[in-house]
Design a protein around this ligand. Structure first.
Ligand SMILES: Nc1nc2c(ncn2[C@@H]2O[C@H](COP(=O)(O)OP(=O)(O)OP(=O)(O)O)[C@@H](O)[C@H]2O)c(=O)[nH]1
Ligand SMILES: [Mg+2]
Ligand SMILES: [Zn+2]
Length: 286
């Protein structure tokens, strides 16, 4: 399924033909029962280019936000300015991407809006960063070639706040997409939610990408606090040396993860967000 709108689902077959489908029975009832990226069995009929979805095939993974199924890779887009980076949200997205076992690429976009000094200052607050980083600008075309390479032949989803340049980056790497983009509001410095619905787009010459609407809040529904540590990949090597089994890395004496934070081997802001998320998850349990 490539796009949902007004009770219909656009479905693309193996030859690239699109059918506007209704869903059958149970599938129709539940809101969000069929997501962009879902593989479905459908029957053409009811006019040219129309059809009926009969069955949803098993999913390899699913993200609630952005709502998408069966992707291999998540491209997290963060703007260095306009809007200001929200690292808490960024780390939330990274945790949930890890939970769904997605490969991750992080695009720091709008590098044309900061000078070299500011860029270095931002890098210092992030390093050591445990995911692949790409510095991009949709405006001046920076980082577009490596981004295109990373998307080739795979199915990816773009995620991040409104206004960071998700649709603009996709237009830069494949102008034929002609996705709508929108000004960031000057007064509040936020995006205007230009992309309204997730859409699966074919890439040249191979691969797919899902452009999605921006969002600014993300909750951890369905995540247990014990799972969190493993979703910070940079903890792994250290956690093995924690003196307590099942160490929460919060209060245990001699915790090797906290030692690594104080030595600067784990990024302090990432650890701070780990602690916040852990508190949020344990408060939910109580
Ligand atoms: N200076 C600068 N502006 C950019 C860059 N990338 C995007 N923009 C601008 O930022 C604004 C928002 O871009 P969009 O591509 O619509 O952002 P989006 O992430 O798709 O936003 P939503 O669809 O609302 O989630 C537009 O005015 C773009 O022209 C960039 O690299 N540099
Ligand atoms: Mg957009
Ligand atoms: Zn520990």
């Amino acid at each position: 399924m490539v796009r949902a709108a007004g009770g219909f689902f656009a479905v693309r077959d193996a030859e690239g033909r699109e059918y506007l489908c209704r869903a059958r029975g149970r599938l129709k009832q539940r809101e969000g029962a069929i997501l962009v990226g879902d593989r479905v069995l459908f029957r053409p009929g009811g006019g040219a280019g129309a059809g009926v979805i009969e069955e949803l095939l098993p999913r390899r993974n699913v993200l609630v936000r952005p709502p998408v199924a069966n992707v291999e890779q998540l491209v997290l887009v963060i703007a260095l300015r306009e809007p200001e980076p929200d690292w808490n949200l960024a780390n939330r997205i990274l945790v949930l991407a890890g939970h769904e076992k997605l490969d991750v690429l992080c695009c720091l976009n709008k590098i044309d809006l900061v000078d070299e000094g500011e860029r270095e200052a931002i890098y210092r607050t992030l390093e050591p960063f445990p995911y692949e980083l790409l510095w991009t600008s949709a405006k001046i075309g920076a980082g577009i070639e490596p981004l295109r390479e990373r998307l080739q032949g795979r199915t990816s989803v773009f995620a991040g706040p409104s206004g960071v340049g998700k649709s603009s980056l996709l237009n830069a790497l494949q102008p034929g997409l002609s996705l709508k983009t929108g000004e960031v509001s000057g007064k509040i410095g936020r995006g205007r939610h230009t992309t309204r619905h997730a859409e699966l787009l074919p890439l040249d010459p191979a691969g797919f990408v899902v452009d999605t609407p921006g969002f600014s809040r993300l909750s951890f529904a369905g995540l247990a606090p014990e799972e969190l540590g493993a979703l910070f990949p940079e903890f792994a090597g250290h956690a093995a040396r924690c003196p307590f089994r099942n160490c929460s890395h919060i209060h245990e004496p001699g915790c090797a993860v906290r030692k690594a934070v104080s030595r600067g081997e784990i990024n302090a802001l990432r650890y701070e967000h780990y602690r916040l998320f852990w508190e949020e998850l344990t408060a939910k349990e109580r």
